[in-house]
Ligand binder design. Structure first.
Ligand code: NOJ
Ligand code: CA
Length: 561
C-alpha cells in the first residue's frame, strides 16, 4: 500500500456509512481460539488476551460462537442458561471485560443467540420432563403423543439434521414411555414452541440483557427454523437436506419468522450505535434469504449460496450478481463468507470435487488436498471475497491459511452427528482444531506450554502459527493484513454496491469498483493481461513486463486504476 493511497482515505464518507454495511467480521470459535487456564479448552480470558492481535489484523468486529452455560452436547449450541457464562469459558465479568476491552480497541462484539432450541438441561425443559404430560412447561416446547397403537412411533416423519428422527420419546415421571418431543438437531436440543408468548417474551429479555451489557449485535442461529407449520404435518422427504427440493417446508423458512424479527429490530433500534443482527437462514432461494433483511427486519444474512459456489468464473459471476441483486432489492448489504465452524475450511474445500451443490456444503466428508494448491486457491478466493461490495465474514485461522484437519481419529471427534448413520456427516471437528499461535510443539501457544488441547493439532501447524507468519512478506497472515488495510483505506472498497464486470477472457473474473479493479484467474492456465493500473496486492507471484502481467492459475490481483 502506498502513502498516497493512505492520504486518499476519506474519513467523512466512512463516518456517514453504517458501520456494518461493509464491516469485516471475524468469527471466534471460543473453545478453539486461546486457552488461558490450561484446561485444553479456549476461554474468554484467552480471547481477551488476543484482542490486540485482532486489532492489528484490521477487522471491524468479532462474532463469538456461544459461550453460555451449556452441557456442550453441540459445542454450546445447546444453551441451558442464556444469561450465564459457562464456567468452562469464564464468568459474566469476563464477558463484560472482553466487551469493554474490545471497544477500547475499536472492535465491535457480536454474540450468538440460539432461539430455535435450548438445551435439555434448560430449566423449562427439565420442569417439562419432571412434571410430566400436562405441565405448562411442555407447551413451551413441542410435545406430542406418538403414533401407533402404543404411541411407539414418532408424531411425524421429520428427520433431525444430525440424523435419526427429529423426535425423542420422553419418559413419564413414573418411568413409563411417554410423549415425544421435537428436536430438529440433537435430542439434547429440544425445539422451542414460538407460538407460546412466554418464549417470545423470554428472548426479548435475553436480547436486552446482552444489549445492556454492551454487545453490538447478534448472530441468530437457525434463524429460519423458529416457526413450524400448524399441526406439524409430515415432510414427505427422507432428509432435511431435501429442504430445497420440497420448496415450502413445514419446519423451515415459514413466513411467521418475520414477525419475530420485526419485533427484534424494534428492540435493536432502541439502543444507540447501530446494534445489528445477522441471520443464519438456510432458505431455498436468495430472494427468500433477502426477506430476512428487509428494512424493518435483521441487518444481514449469511450468503450460503455463495459459500457453496464452485471455483469457476462463470458460476462465481452468476452467484455474485444474484447475491447483489437479491440484497439490493431490499436495501441490505450482501455478505460473503468462505469458512465457518460448520463447513470444511476453504483451503481444502475449494479444491474438492463436487462443490457447489447447495445443502451439501456442510455434509461432505473432507479429503486431503495438495496443501500448496489448496492454499494458493484459498488466498485467491479470500482476496476476491474481500473486494466484493458488502460485509465479509472471516473464520478464525483462515488468515493463517489453516487447512481442514481431515485425519482426526474417531475417538477424539465431538461433533454430535459423527456417530449417527444418517444426517449431517459429523465431520465438523476438522475445522474446529485449536489455533496455533507460536512455538514448535502442540499446543503451539493455544494454551500453556505442554498443556492439552481439546482436539489434537497437526505437527505441520508449527509453520502456520501466528509467530511463524508475522512479518513474513509472503505469508497468508501478511496477505490478510495488507488486504484489510487496503480495504479500509481505498475509497473504492466501501459499502457502495457499484461492481462493474470487465470482460477478461475465459476463466478469468474481473470487475471494477471506483478506482479499483480485481482480476482473478480461475482457469487452469496462466493468463497474460494488459496492465490496467498499479498492483495494490496479489495473492501470489505474478510476472510482469512494462505493459502486461501474467497471472498464474488461482491468482487474484488488486489494482489501483
Ligand atoms: C448452526 C450452528 O452453526 C451449528 O454449529 C449448530 O450445530 C446448529 N446451528 C444447531 O444449533
Ligand atoms: Ca480454558
Amino acid at each position: 500500500m502506498t502513502d498516497q493511497l493512505i492520504a486518499r482515505r476519506d474519513f467523512a464518507v466512512a463516518a456517514s456509512v453504517s458501520w456494518w454495511r461493509d464491516a469485516v467480521i471475524y468469527q471466534i470459535y471460543p473453545r478453539s481460539f486461546a486457552d488461558a487456564n490450561g484446561d485444553g479448552i479456549g476461554d474468554l480470558p484467552g480471547i481477551r488476551s488476543r484482542l490486540p492481535y485482532l486489532r492489528e489484523l484490521g477487522i471491524d468486529a468479532v462474532w463469538l460462537s456461544p459461550f453460555y452455560a451449556s452441557p456442550q452436547a453441540d459445542a454450546g449450541y445447546d444453551v441451558a442458561d442464556y444469561r450465564t457464562v459457562d464456567p468452562v469459558f469464564g464468568t459474566l465479568a469476563d464477558a463484560e471485560g472482553l466487551i469493554g476491552d474490545a471497544h477500547d480497541l475499536g472492535l465491535r462484539v457480536i454474540v450468538d443467540l440460539v432461539p430455535n432450541h435450548s438445551s435439555d438441561q434448560h430449566e423449562w425443559f427439565r420442569r417439562a420432563i419432571a412434571e410430566g404430560p400436562g405441565s405448562p412447561f411442555r407447551e413451551r416446547y413441542h410435545f406430542r403423543p406418538g403414533r401407533g397403537a402404543d404411541g411407539e412411533l414418532p408424531p411425524n416423519d421429520w428427520p433431525s439434521i444430525f440424523g435419526g428422527p427429529a423426535w425423542t420419546r420422553a419418559a413419564n415421571p413414573d418411568g413409563s414411555p411417554g410423549e415425544w418431543y421435537l428436536h430438529l438437531f440433537a435430542p439434547e436440543q429440544p425445539d422451542f414452541n414460538w407460538d407460546h408468548p412466554a418464549v417470545a417474551d423470554e428472548f426479548r429479555t435475553i436480547l436486552r440483557f446482552w444489549l445492556d451489557l454492551g454487545v453490538d449485535g447478534f448472530r441468530i442461529d437457525v434463524a429460519h427454523g423458529l416457526v413450524k407449520a400448524q399441526g406439524l404435518p409430515d415432510l414427505g422427504v427422507e432428509t432435511q437436506w431435501h429442504l430445497l427440493d420440497v420448496g415450502v417446508s413445514p419446519c423451515f423458512d415459514r413466513d411467521g419468522v418475520h414477525d419475530i424479527y420485526r419485533s427484534w429490530r424494534r428492540i435493536l433500534d432502541e439502543y444507540p450505535g447501530e446494534r445489528i443482527a445477522v441471520a443464519e437462514a438456510w432458505a431455498p432461494t436468495l430472494e427468500r434469504v433477502a426477506a430476512y433483511v428487509r428494512p424493518d427486519e435483521l441487518h444481514q444474512a449469511f450468503n450460503f449460496s455463495y459459500l457453496g459456489t464452485a471455483w469457476n468464473a462463470a458460476e462465481q459471476r452468476r452467484m455474485i450478481d444474484a447475491s447483489l441483486a437479491a440484497m439490493r432489492a431490499v436495501g441490505a448489504p450482501a455478505t460473503w463468507t468462505l469458512s465457518n465452524h460448520d463447513v470444511v475450511r476453504h483451503t481444502t474445500r475449494l479444491l474438492q470435487a463436487g462443490e457447489g451443490e447447495d445443502g451439501e456444503v456442510a455434509g461432505r466428508r473432507p479429503t486431503e488436498v495438495d496443501p500448496a494448491a489448496g492454499l494458493r486457491r484459498a488466498r485467491a478466493a479470500s482476496l476476491l471475497l474481500l473486494a466484493l461490495p458488502g460485509a465479509a465474514y472471516l473464520y478464525q485461522g483462515e488468515e493463517l491459511g489453516l487447512p481442514e484437519v481431515v485425519d482426526l481419529p474417531p475417538e477424539v471427534r465431538q461433533d454430535p452427528a459423527f456417530h449417527r448413520a444418517t444426517g449431517q456427516d459429523g465431520y465438523r471437528d476438522g475445522c474446529r482444531v485449536p489455533i496455533p499461535w507460536h512455538g514448535d510443539r502442540a499446543p503451539y501457544g493455544f494454551g500453556p506450554e505442554g498443556g492439552p488441547s481439546w482436539l489434537p493439532q497437526p505437527e505441520s501447524w508449527a509453520r502456520l502459527s501466528v509467530a511463524a507468519q508475522q512479518g513474513e512478506p509472503g505469508s497468508t497472515l501478511s496477505l490478510y493484513r495488507a488486504a484489510l488495510a487496503v480495504r479500509r483505506s481505498h475509497p473504492g472498497l466501501g459499502a457502495v454496491d457499484d461492481l462493474r464486470w470487465v470482460e477478461a477472457g475465459e476463466g478469468v473474473l474481473a470487475f471494477d469498483r471506483d478506482g479499483f479493479r480485481c482480476t482473478v484467474n480461475m482457469s487452469a492456465e496462466p493468463v497474460r493481461i494488459a496492465r490496467p493500473g498499479d498492483v495494490l496486492l496479489a495473492s501470489g507471484p505474478t510476472e510482469a513486463d512494462p505493459d502486461t502481467v501474467v497471472l498464474p492459475p488461482d491468482t487474484t490481483v488488486w489494482w489501483n486504476v
